[in-house]
Design a protein around this ligand. Structure first.
Ligand SMILES: CC(C)(COP(=O)(O)OP(=O)(O)OC[C@H]1O[C@@H](n2cnc3c(N)ncnc32)[C@H](O)[C@@H]1OP(=O)(O)O)[C@@H](O)C(=O)NCCC(=O)NCCS
Length: 165
């Protein structure tokens, strides 16, 4: 399996992977594929990686977030999706590792994620008192500082996330 940057030819497959992966998700409105398209359109799809076997089986999007309304080099991980028949083989983990490696290489200040603490904890994500997100339960919101100093404040994702909020 290959992890690589998306190309223009992958756009339909990327949308389809999200549609299929989120179809049975209890809290999803099924608009994650649209969200990825909207981020790309807005120039906010900073990192877009696909997992390719014989075809595209997974995708991760990473986009800038603001803290107290200011762009400080922090990013948000997600949405991430893997086709159901390719799950539990480390595809998502490989996408996350590669995405975080890109952020580190680019000198990002940090990354946030909203999701399952048990899963994202493996990658170093933790809840940080003082880094807040109004969009959901605080225990599901985690941060991974990538610079030597931690930033505190209220985090906002790109406005396109209203599609899935
Ligand atoms: C969440 C999602 C992306 C995970 O994809 P994945 O490729 O299965 O993820 P991984 O394989 O890295 O890890 C998933 C689990 O498989 C386990 N696993 C990883 N490699 C494994 C292997 N070789 N053998 C057995 N289990 C393995 C992991 O430990 C993890 O276990 P957990 O149940 O304790 O969390 C996928 O389930 C999905 O697309 N879900 C729908 C969309 C979604 O919810 N996205 C997240 C919100 S944005």
């Amino acid at each position: 399996m290959l992890i690589r940057d998306e190309s223009a030819a992958d756009r339909v497959s990327v949308r389809d992977v999200h549609s299929a992966a989120f179809r049975d998700h209890p809290f999803s409105k099924g608009r994650e594929g649209e969200l990825v398209d909207a981020l790309r359109e807005a120039g906010a799809l900073t990192i877009s990686l696909v997992a390719e076997a014989e075809f595209i089986v997974g995708h991760i999007a990473i986009s800038p977030v603001t803290i107290d309304g200011v762009a400080l080099g922090w990013f948000g991980l997600g949405p991430i999706a893997v086709l159901s028949e390719h799950r539990r083989q480390g595809v998502a983990a490989a996408l996350i590792d590669a995405g975080l490696a890109r952020l580190r290489a680019a000198g990002a200040a940090g990354c946030v994620v909203f999701g399952e603490p048990k899963y994202y904890g493996r990658f170093g994500f933790r809840s940080h008192a003082g880094l807040r997100f109004a969009g959901g339960p605080p225990e599901l919101f985690m941060a991974l500082p990538l610079a030597s100093t931690m930033t505190l404040g209220a985090v906002d994702y790109h406005p396109a996330f209203a599609l899935v909020g």
